[in-house]
Design a protein around this ligand. Structure first.
Ligand code: 9J3
Ligand code: ZN
Length: 296
């Protein structure tokens, strides 16, 4: 009788173990996934953390003089101050026609504080066209990874490009000519080339509903639609926005740019929650298109 009770107790314990096993396995899998991605940086994201004015990393900055720059106009590098978390992915950002780095400077500390090295650049002349801006973005990436003071803090295999207006047009040009890029984010992009089937880099196209300089119907929408259907891509149309909305601090631009860079420069699937299922239109989003799930 006591043997039977002991056997029953053992059987019950075994059943409990089996019942608990799925939960235990789920936790183990999450740990294994975290360990399997050497590129994720910073704590698990929340809506508040991706919308915040600053992320978890304190940021330092250093200037690159135009005299020290080859093939672009110099700029400012924003980078996480601490070296405790190893290297970071990097992104270069170009301003638009007639504009300077100051016009996109807000993105420097906003993105760098999330765990990226961010280089906001000046172009050789403020009148440079998108194809030239594309080449300048790549020259700036090469400077950043090969010659800059912070080159040792960067993982040269994980790079992205962004830009405003003609700099957004240049962002598409850069991705087209350097397929190794991990992410591209044109902001109210402008280009005479409307079709981008050659791009293999995951691309988030951000347009503005009230843009009369680069109207979405003739710029961002055809850019997005012409990207390969098999590509990880998305189209975010800002609501109540203009061509120049990317020139001042904007939480919607920041949130989705951070999520896209994290997802594709860092391969950090913790950020997929902000991209899939597709965000629904609201006060700041006129329209959002994309394919889910990403990375498949
Ligand atoms: O960089 C831009 O703002 C491009 C839009 C533009 O001014 O085009 C006029 C040729
Ligand atoms: Zn084309």
């Amino acid at each position: 009788m006591r043997r039977h009770l002991a056997a029953a107790a053992t059987a019950t314990a075994a059943s409990l173990t089996l019942l608990l096993a799925p939960g235990v396995r789920a936790a183990d899998t999450a740990d294994a996934a975290a360990a399997a991605n050497p590129y994720e940086r910073g704590p698990a994201p929340t809506r508040a953390s991706v919308e915040a004015l600053r992320g978890p990393y304190a940021v330092s900055q250093t200037t690159v003089s135009s005299l020290a720059a080859t093939g672009f106009g110099g700029g400012t590098i924003y980078y996480p101050t601490s070296t405790a978390d190893g290297t970071f992915g990097a992104v270069v950002i170009s301003p638009g026609f007639t504009a300077y780095q100051s016009s996109i400077a807000w993105l420097g500390p906003r993105l760098a504080s999330q765990g990226f090295v961010v280089f906001t650049i000046d172009t050789l002349t403020t009148l440079d066209q998108p194809d030239s801006r594309g080449r300048q973005l790549l020259a700036a990436l090469d400077h950043l990874t090969q010659r800059s003071a912070v080159r040792g803090r960067i993982d040269a295999g994980r790079l992205g490009v962004m830009g405003h207006s003609m700099g957004g047009g240049g962002t598409l040009e850069a991705a087209k000519s350097r397929p190794s890029l991990k992410a591209a984010v044109p902001l109210t992009g402008w280009n005479t080339d409307k079709t981008w089937p050659e791009i293999t880099t995951p691309t988030l196209v951000i347009g503005a509903d009230g843009d009369t300089v680069a109207p979405v119907a003739t710029h961002s929408e055809p850019f997005y639609e012409s990207l390969p259907g098999s590509l990880d891509k998305a189209y975010l149309e800002l609501n109540g926005a203009t061509h120049f909305t990317p020139n001042t601090s904007n939480t919607t631009i920041a949130k989705y740019s951070i999520a896209w860079l994290k997802r594709f420069v860092d391969d950090d699937t913790r950020y997929e929650q902000f991209l899939c299922p597709l965000p629904r239109p609201d006060l700041t989003i006129e329209e959002y298109r994309g394919s889910c799930p990403l990375g498949s």
